[in-house]
Write a protein that binds this ligand. Structure first.
Ligand code: GRG
Length: 292
């Protein structure tokens, strides 16, 4: 049996379709470009994580879907910009031509920008909470995770480190910010909206931090070992671009060991909590076992 909660992923896919404006909304080219990447599939890992984290505190998936989908908008924007010729120059993403290949570089840049803004619009319009302050809290959480102290900051250090020898400590810093912060925010937002106590939120934060590292180390491994069919993108790009990765620094076997150690640390963090954490444990196992 798959460790991945496919039924939760299906809920996210349905909600994304429901929330996102129709392809004939004016200006059509912009909405078509945004829809193209957003609705192209993908694991929906971050929104699934938000829903599973909320579930630990007894919150129903519906009660966190706008926030969960907003996080997926931001993740999709980051993929569109990451694929641009000025950044990684990729041709394939989620099994389809990248956004700039399909719509041109100018529209791809705008689609990413617009998805970023639309994420906060969606959350502020549709997310409900028993206490309105929780909505401000999740917006602040996602903004901090996406910006210079999170995803974009990590990406900039990543680009500055490309082709240079860097320490494992610097690589961990890059991974924790470029990928880990948004994953941690996804878990924290579920916990915040679900009504976690401060102590429970600390445990979820530790879970998300370790999970994010396990996820990116595995992403590095799959770039070397995965196929185009499994990944939906061109493998081997990290080596072609001389990117700093775990396999480049410590080799594949040690990378696998480190990914598993991070997943184990993630599980240990939630084992301390009293709610039903089984789904979070399965997700941590999925992260290192996945093939795409
Ligand atoms: C504007 C210079 C500039 C860059 C913007 C912010 C940014 C681009 C990139 C952030 C880096 C980034 C794309 C991190 C995510 C890395 C990652 C593991 C992507 C793959 O995520 P999955 O496996 O993909 O969840 P799916 O397709 O399943 O959603």
């Amino acid at each position: 049996m798959s460790l991945y909660p496919e039924a939760v992923r299906a809920l996210v896919d349905t909600a994304l379709e429901e929330y996102f404006p129709a392809a004939d909304t004016y200006p059509e080219i912009l909405y078509q470009s945004m829809r193209y990447s957003l609705l192209a599939g993908g694991k929906r890992f971050r929104p699934v994580l938000t829903i599973l984290a909320a579930g630990v505190f007894g919150a129903a998936p519906d009660s966190v879907l706008p926030c969960a989908c907003g996080i997926e908008y931001i993740h999709t924007y980051s993929l569109i910009h990451d694929d641009l010729p000025a950044v990684d120059n990729d041709d394939l993403r989620r099994g389809l031509p990248t956004n700039h290949k399909k719509f041109g570089e100018d529209i791809a840049i705008m689609a990413g920008d617009a998805l970023f803004a639309e994420a906060f619009s969606l959350i502020s319009r549709l997310q409900t909470a028993s206490d309105q302050r929780k909505i401000i809290e999740v917006i602040r959480e996602i903004a901090a995770a996406s910006g210079p102290g999170g995803m974009v900051g990590g990406q900039v250090v990543d680009m500055a480190s490309t082709g240079k020898p860097i320490s494992l400590e610097t690589l961990r810093f890059i991974h924790a910010r470029k990928t880990g912060r948004l994953i941690t925010a996804a878990a924290r937002c579920g916990a915040i909206l679900g009504g976690a106590t401060d102590e429970e939120l600390d445990a979820v934060t530790s879970y998300g931090t370790h999970l994010g590292l396990a996820f990116q180390i595995t992403d590095d491994i799959l770039d070397e070992t995965g196929s185009v069919e499994e990944l939906g993108k061109t493998p081997g790009q990290d080596q072609t671009l001389h990117k700093a990765t775990y396999p480049a620094l410590v080799g594949l076997d040690e990378s696998r060991r480190l990914a598993r150690a991070e997943a184990k640390a993630a599980t240990a963090a939630v084992d301390k909590m009293s709610g039903n954490t089984g789904a979070l444990r399965d997700l941590a196992e999925f992260v290192t076992e996945r093939t795409g």
